[in-house]
Design a binder for this molecule. Structure first.
Ligand code: SF4
Length: 652
């Protein structure tokens, strides 16, 4: 077995209580590696096309990666992959809680859940022993109480009332971390599955232990020295982006009507650090520790991240940071995705102003928001309709032009009319309006250290391809996507800050070379045989994995491309087309600023080039040659290499 893997997956059918344990074929691990990539392949192979996401036939996959639990820094991530009830697309929701580590200690690389229990249950994985336990006493509890009642010293994933009530954007919680997007919590709820608990005492085997430790030590040092991962994120958390986005017209304000908020500083990461921060917290083994522990009504609780601040703050014209902390806390307890929640509130407020919906919710008014959050989680009154998300509301009541979603997923907290490459990213991300799955080009356009003209489409398709490919690869190895900041070496950033000439040159290279990069990335892996010293991931991968193989930047990029294409063929099989790669009219037709004629997203100028660099047809379909080069077999086949079958014990 290659290093980094435990050698088997666990499949549990909640209908029949049948448990299967099987190894995945070697070639599958080599091609799709882990987390998002391997999850996409497994879902493609296991899910019958056109399955209703909330039916018992949907497949719920919790998956790890070779670096999860290996000791590599910032790499204890696990992933939930399923078909989204919010979008009907594939959804991959990544989480930094400790469940992935414990699942591997129990001896499994992935957990696959099918069927539906006939009553509320939780799944108890204790190494080889797997049992389905009664969860009647847990059902109805919030995510914190549920975790407290489950066995201690275990890894846990749980849902709150929102998941139980099939809110389309219900989240899954592990410790205080969240797998938030796309309604993965509703899929658990639809299976009557309140929680999964895992424990074990196995160790993740690393091929070259000494060398691996040495490289990881270097990696930690690089992370500490880098301005993004050693300075900004630890000091201010991800909310450091509030003031940066505000300065670049990319802070969504008043349901994405504007890109700046006059009271942004009051809700910024700097203010959060100054007034409420108790200490930094982070995912297990992460030297960056971007999380916040804050003081709230005498309790110490998790503070909000940038996305939450943006969408429950400026997007609803709320400048009360304490209220945002409270809404975030409530949303986590109930198990709701704060990005979709903030968008839904913003949409309802604007629809209310325009007389499309009768509501007491209004921009700038925080009274009634906590009540609305509870009503959504429990599907009470109008909360029942808000629980369906922005797409549903706009189709029923009107206002589709200002319904800020893509493919049904409410978009993240970056206003793309201030960074048009980010707009392309939202349009093409496989799970819908996602900043990460779309490549987070904004970091090269507006809120990072290098700002490549944010309002031009020039070079952006290539930069989106570069960023998206990189992030998909990093994520599939189990590593946090914030480590991608380190791909821009510290020395380059220092030069950029020090010398206006160098800065102009760097920006020009990205701008005019962006599409060359995109073209280069359509070439096979062997054309990029390099191992840049500041990109540690190929080296870490090599030392955890096995001997005798070359791990280069080219191989890393090939992995990212494979993941993008795998997601794409899943979505096409579900009936999505290029027409779904779009943005709401507010972002493509309305100018954000009347004095700036380029302050809208020229999607039509970027999309064809993006498809071209991806090796897709003009209709956005991967060409046979593209799939062949990436060794993606579009045939659906069960992945089990060898199966052993048993029945789960059932608790009293
Ligand atoms: S950078 Fe933040 S989100 Fe990423 S692993 Fe570290 S603590 Fe978790």
């Amino acid at each position: 077995m290659i290093g980094g893997y435990m050698g088997k997956v666990l499949e549990v059918d909640l209908n029949s209580k049948q448990v299967k344990k099987y190894a995945l074929p070697h070639h599958m691990l080599e091609l799709y590696v882990g987390n998002k990539g391997l999850g996409a392949r497994l879902l493609y192979d296991l899910l019958p096309p056109a399955t209703d996401p909330l039916s018992e036939k949907n497949v719920f996959i919790v998956i790890t990666a070779p670096l999860t639990g290996s000791g590599a820094p910032s790499s204890n991530r696990f992933n939930i992959t399923t078909k989204s009830p919010l979008t009907g697309t594939i959804v991959n929701s990544n989480c930094g809680g400790d469940f992935g580590i414990h699942l591997k200690k129990a001896g499994y690389d992935a957990l696959i859940i099918t069927g539906k229990a006939d009553r509320p249950v939780y799944l108890n994985i204790d190494g080889e022993n797997v049992s389905i336990e009664d969860a009647a006493e847990l059902w109805g509890l919030d995510t914190q109480k549920t975790q407290e009642k489950l066995p201690p010293k275990t890894g846990k994933i749980v849902i709150g009332p929102a998941g139980e009530n099939l809110v389309k954007y219900a989240s899954v919680i592990s410790e205080e971390r969240v797998a938030g997007r796309g309604g993965v919590g509703a899929v658990m709820g639809s299976k009557n599955l309140k929680a999964v608990v895992a424990r074990g005492d196995q160790k993740v085997r690393v091929a070259h232990e000494e060398k691996f430790k040495e490289i990881c030590k270097k990696w930690r040092e690089l992370a500490r020295q880098h301005p993004a991962t050693g300075e900004e994120l630890p000091r201010y958390g991800t909310a450091v982006f509030v003031n940066k986005c505000n300065a670049t017209f990319t802070l969504p304000t008043r349901n994405y009507r504007y890109g700046t908020f006059s009271e942004a500083d009051a809700v910024s990461g700097e203010t959060l650090a100054e007034k409420y921060l108790v200490k930094n917290i982070g995912c297990r083994g992460c030297p960056i520790a971007c999380g916040r522990l804050v003081e709230f009504k005498g309790k110490k609780i998790k503070g909000p991240e940038y996305e939450t601040v943006g969408l429950l703050g400026p997007n609803i014209m709320n400048a009360d940071l304490m209220a945002i902390i409270e809404f975030n806390y409530l949303a986590d307890l109930l198990g709701l995705d704060t990005i979709s929640l903030g968008n839904t509130l913003g949409f309802v407020m604007e629809a209310g102003e325009k007389g499309l919906i009768k509501t007491n919710l209004a921009f700038g008014k925080i009274d009634g928001i906590s009540q609305a959050i509870e009503d959504i989680a429990y599907r009470r009154g109008f909360g029942d309709e808000m629980a369906e998300g922005v797409r549903y509301l706009s189709q029923k009541y009107g206002g589709e032009e200002f319904a800020i979603h893509v493919k049904g997923l409410e978009i993240a907290s970056y206003e793309p009319r201030g960074a048009v490459g980010q707009g392309l990213g939202y349009a093409i991300a496989s799970r819908g309006g996602c900043h990460i799955g779309g490549g987070y080009a904004i970091y090269l356009e507006a809120n990072g250290p290098i700002t490549v003209d944010p309002l031009t489409p020039l070079g952006k398709p290539g930069l989106v391809v570069l960023n998206q490919t990189t992030m998909e690869a990093v994520s599939s190895l189990g590593c946090c996507i914030f480590t991608v900041y380190m791909f821009l070496p510290r020395q380059l950033l220092e030069l950029n800050a020090r010398s206006p000439f160098a800065s102009k040159l760097i920006r020009g290279t990205f701008l005019y070379g962006g599409n060359l990069i995109g073209r280069a990335l359509s070439l096979p892996a062997w054309t990029l045989p390099v191992k840049p010293p500041f990109i540690m991931l190929p080296q870490v991968w090599a030392h955890v994995y096995c001997t005798g193989q070359r791990f280069t930047l080219g191989r890393l990029m090939e992995l990212g491309k494979r993941v993008v294409n795998m997601d794409r063929i899943f979505n096409l099989r579900e009936g999505l087309t290029a027409r779904d790669d779009t943005l709401p009219a507010r972002l493509t037709e309305e100018l954000q600023r009347s004095e700036e004629p380029n302050s809208r997203v020229p999607l039509d100028k970027m999309l064809p080039k993006y498809y071209h660099f991806r090796g897709w047809s003009r209709d956005g379909v991967p060409k046979a040659k593209t799939l062949r080069t990436l060794r993606i077999d579009p045939q659906q086949s069960h992945p089990a290499a060898a199966v052993s079958s048993e029945s789960a014990t059932t608790g009293s």
